[in-house]
Design a protein around this ligand. Structure first.
Ligand code: SF4
Length: 922
């Protein structure tokens, strides 16, 4: 209990008031019943445990300079002082007795478990020298940075562009690429930003409330919306906690969601619930008529008639047959969505979009409802994400690289949204290229991606990957196959700027090393963050600056200049200067807000941790644009351009900004899809999934495995060393419906073998009514393993042996379950759980969607009782078979180039965008 909260005259408050953050007093709960006072300096930072970027407040003991705990930062505009379980569990990660504290270099062959401690000096000179050599020899595309947990808003882009490489890879194609493409094709913005708090109807296509994107800030606002009277509907074949609090649970058969959404659109259109004025004004219906109904009078009435005809097959009865959702419920929900006109908020993330072939069409179909109800960028509606997000700018920025890396954007997927990241090992095995220096950053593809054993094979092969450096705060199943393991700071040990589209409004949050900030507030002067971090843990900003100077020590390569101070010409940039410049020059309103308190902008952010730039941005597509005389107006779309540049959209005699699409309107009809090989998909549509019921072989007993659902208490593989979280969640049994369990003779706790296209895993079953018949489900995050002691957190990992049974066939078997161990933390001897779950992703072949490039996660499986030789946790995989499945999916792609010999449409953005001329194939 805080002493200050009990002082005479003090109101009982939820949070320490900011003016007392320099000296906050509390009794030490561990000393109870003695009243021992502790004094704290409270330092804000930003949570690193998921993408939401909630605010945290570190309680730094002023006497010991040790972080005692993390709570929420009440000044953070999105999280508002509240966190999920994973935020405060940062303290476990900071004090984990097994964390990596020093840079390590492998001492034996890759993956042998043998390491030696090395100095940062050695790391920098060896890696920097190798990169320099590659650059000098013109092998720029052999250097790649592959990020798991992003962050570093635009910082990495700046660094890689300064290096002149097309070397940014991400995890997006195993995460959200499919949904992003669906949204981008509509409006040019690849994510939705629903204004849940003011919505009248909320539709979630996943367990978004408990474990979705921007989970805690969104959850707060979904509940606010609900308390204010909004109705909530959830489409999910699983009775998740989210579905259990919804007004409508729509247990759609996985992959059928677009059929349901299009049937809802049909109801809205048929019953006069659509805002036709809005549709006429903002969609590119004229372009659709010109392309598809040439010769027909191009009136809006004719368009509506054509639209109704196009969607006539999507009746409620059809959708019921596809999805299993009763048609009456579907019609009722459609009417409520139509009735919420202007205030319909929705989100699709992962779940169906990432599970199914054609998942991007689910996002297209969902946004169709948003457009029909005129809920784009309205209070209570769904906004383009970029309007509610801040992106930093810099004093100087390198131009786009003059490189195109076919390992990232190969010709087969010209519309892929983000890099074809999970196919990297398949491309390398096929001889499409090789890597000389490969960085993984908080990225664990061996565990997280499908077909992890193919990743392992490639990472072990020095001819394919010359040098692998893993930048990570924790051990993982990929870092054990690195040459260098480089310990990087957690969320409370590093700098970063974060901003996410969690609500109507724009904010920034400062991630900062809290011990450094505390010591500086107490009067010390530190040059580097590692001076305050535990052991020799660095932060990446400083690593990249130092490395860039090693790559180009004399500036001859033109790289070093980007890493020089904006305040001291020719001198090495410091991390303090980097953020100081951004806060002083590039965050609207921050300097003035800081000045009011007599603070410099950097000091304001160090003390407050977050800043609200603006509360509501307004409908930016309606913003007037001034155009030069002589600007051209496209007769069909109204797009206004001058000098080859699109400037806006002519609407009712005025020029407004519109959307960043080719037509400048919301593209109901995608000419891009039509021109790039997918004319049949140019309108929002329904793609029958690879796991559609008709694609399952009943005679073989095939079922659908849903492997993607997240738990609110874990974070992919980064929470392995958070003891609080692993105590809460540590098993992932297979959910199976009662009727299926009876048919297979299984009861709860029985061992089952789940056979996929390339292997099998063995897990316990949980018999439940909370999953649709014919579908089984297994949660993400579990089944962590280590090959050797010292290479994985024992709070969560089981020790395994990996046996090569043939050249391509492996079996992973548990040899030591999770259990108590002795360490500096007495809690490690109190571990009472022994189960760490089963690793299912290893048994999944890659399924690249031919349009979005997204891995389609859902699996066809055969479930049966375990065989005699099976043991709990067994995983068996044949990587030759996985390459064969890769080729089957590769054959579905429709390669570029597209019009004008473009590798991909110029208007469709991509990460680390190269110079425009690189889009054109030689
Ligand atoms: S929602 Fe994400 S960012 Fe927020 S506290 Fe939880 S883990 Fe941290």
């Amino acid at each position: 209990m805080s002493i200050d909260r009990l002082l005479p005259g003090s109101a009982l408050t939820n949070y320490p008031p900011a003016e007392r953050w320099d000296d906050w007093r509390e009794y030490d709960p561990r000393e109870w019943p003695r009243r021992v006072e502790r004094r704290y300096l409270l330092v804000p930072t930003t949570c690193f445990n998921c993408e939401a970027a909630c605010g945290l407040l570190a309680y730094v003991d002023k006497e010991t300079l040790r972080v005692r705990r993390f709570e929420g930062n009440p000044l953070h505009p999105a999280s508002r002082g509240r966190n999920c379980a994973k935020g405060p569990a940062t303290i476990n990660q900071v004090h984990d007795p097994e964390r990596i504290l020093y840079p390590l270099k492998r001492a034996g062959r890759r993956g042998s478990g043998s390491w030696q401690r090395v100095s940062w000096e050695q790391v920098l000179s060896e890696i920097g020298g190798r990169i320099r050599q590659a650059f000098l020899e013109g092998r720029r595309n052999e250097v790649m940075y592959h990020v798991g947990r992003p962050g570093h808003e635009r910082t990495m882009d700046r660094i890689l562009k300064a290096w002149g490489i097309d070397g940014h890879n991400s995890h997006t194609n195993v995460c959200s690429a499919s949904a992003r493409l669906g949204y981008a094709l509509w409006s040019g913005y690849d994510r939705p930003s629903p204004d849940h708090a003011r919505a009248r109807f909320i539709l979630l296509l996943s367990s978004h409330l408990e474990a979705g994107h921007y989970f805690n800030p969104h959850a707060q606002r979904i509940i606010e919306g609900k308390l204010a009277g909004a109705k909530l509907a959830v489409m999910d074949p699983r009775l998740s906690n989210t579905a259990s609090v919804a007004d409508f649970w729509l247990p759609t058969y996985p992959g059928s969601e677009a059929a349901v959404l299009l049937a809802m659109a049909n109801v809205i259109l048929a019953e006069g619930l659509a805002d036709l004025e809005y549709v006429e004004k903002w969609t590119n219906w004229r372009e659709y008529m010109a392309e598809r109904h040439h010769g027909v009078e191009p009136s809006f009435a004719a368009f509506l008639a054509a639209l109704r005809e196009h969607y006539q097959e999507f009746t409620p009865a059809f959708a019921e047959a596809e999805s299993g959702v009763p048609r009456e419920t579907l019609v009722q929900v459609a009417r409520l969505i139509g009735g919420a006109r202007g205030a319909f908020a929705s989100h699709v993330w992962r779940g169906t979009a990432s599970g199914n072939l054609g998942g991007w069409q689910v996002a297209r179909a969902l946004q169709f409802l948003t457009v029909l109800t005129a809920s784009v960028a309205t209070p209570g509606g769904t906004w383009p994400h970029a309007w509610n997000k801040y992106k930093p700018v810099f004093w100087e920025e390198p131009s786009g690289q003059r490189q195109w890396n076919d390992l990232l954007f190969p010709k087969e997927w010209p519309l892929s949204h983000y890099e074809m990241s999970f196919l990297l090992p398949h491309f390398l095995k096929e001889g499409r290229g090789k890597l000389d220096v490969y960085f993984t950053r908080v990225y664990n593809p061996v565990w997280t991606n499908p077909d992890g054993l193919t990743w392992m094979e490639v990472l072990r092969d020095e001819a394919l990957v010359g040098l692998h450096a893993a930048l990570t705060p924790t051990w993982n199943e990929t870092s054990i196959f690195a040459d260098y393991v480089l310990p990087m700071g957690l969320g409370s040990e590093r700098h970063d700027i974060q901003s996410q589209e969690t609500q109507a409004g724009r904010w920034i949050s400062f991630r900062q090393p809290v011990l450094r900030a505390a010591r500086e507030r107490m009067g010390e002067s530190l040059r580097y963050t590692y001076e305050s971090n535990p052991g020799q843990v660095w932060e990446e900003d400083e690593f990249w600056i130092e490395l860039s100077w090693r790559i180009d020590p004399d500036g001859g390569l033109g790289i070093r200049r980007w890493f020089e101070s904006p305040y001291r010409a020719g001198e090495k940039l410091t991390v303090t200067e980097y953020y100081r410049w951004i806060f002083e020059n590039a965050v609207p309103g921050l300097p003035a807000a800081a000045a009011k308190l007599g603070l410099e902008p950097l000091e304001y952010m160090r003390r407050h941790g977050a800043f609200l730039i603006e509360g509501e941005v307004g409908p930016l597509h309606e913003k007037p644009v001034s155009v030069p005389a002589g600007a051209q107006v496209d007769a069909l779309t109204g797009r206004v351009s001058a000098g080859g540049k699109t400037l806006g959209l002519e609407l009712d005699g005025h020029v407004v900004a519109g959307f960043p699409t080719p037509s400048r309107r919301l593209e109901l009809f995608s000419k891009t899809l039509a021109e790039w090989g997918w004319p049949e998909q140019a309108l929002p549509g329904y793609v029958r999934s690879h796991v559609d019921r008709r694609n399952l072989d009943r005679a073989r007993g095939e079922m659908l495995l849903l492997p993607t659902f997240r738990l609110p208490t874990l974070i992919h593989t980064r929470s392995g060393n958070a003891k609080y979280l692993n105590e809460i969640s540590h098993r992932n049994p297979l959910w199976i419906h009662t009727s299926d369990a009876q048919r297979l003779g299984l009861t709860t706790g029985d061992l089952a073998r789940v056979t996929t296209e390339i292997g099998y895993f063995v897990n316990h079953v949980w018999v439940t009514e909370s999953i649709a018949p014919g579908v089984v489900a297994c949660s993400h995050h579990m089944g962590r393993w280590r090959l050797h002691d010292g290479e994985g957190s024992r709070w969560s990992t089981a020790r395994v042996v990996l046996e090569a049974q043939t050249e391509s066939r492996y079996r992973l078997r548990l040899v030591e379950q999770v259990g108590p161990f002795s360490s500096a933390d007495p809690d490690s001897s109190r571990i009472w759980w022994s189960d760490g779950g089963v690793h299912q992703n290893l048994t999944f072949a890659v399924h690249p969607d031919p349009v979005s490039g997204m891995h389609c996660w859902h699996q066809k499986v055969v479930v049966a009782g375990a065989q005699e030789e099976d043991r709990y946790g067994d995983v068996c995989v044949d990587t030759a078979r996985s390459m064969a499945v890769y080729r089957e999916w590769l054959a579905l792609a429709r390669p570029g180039p597209g019009p004008g010999r473009l590798r991909r449409p110029l208007w469709l953005d991509r990460p680390l965008r190269p110079a425009d001329e690189m889009f054109v194939l030689d």
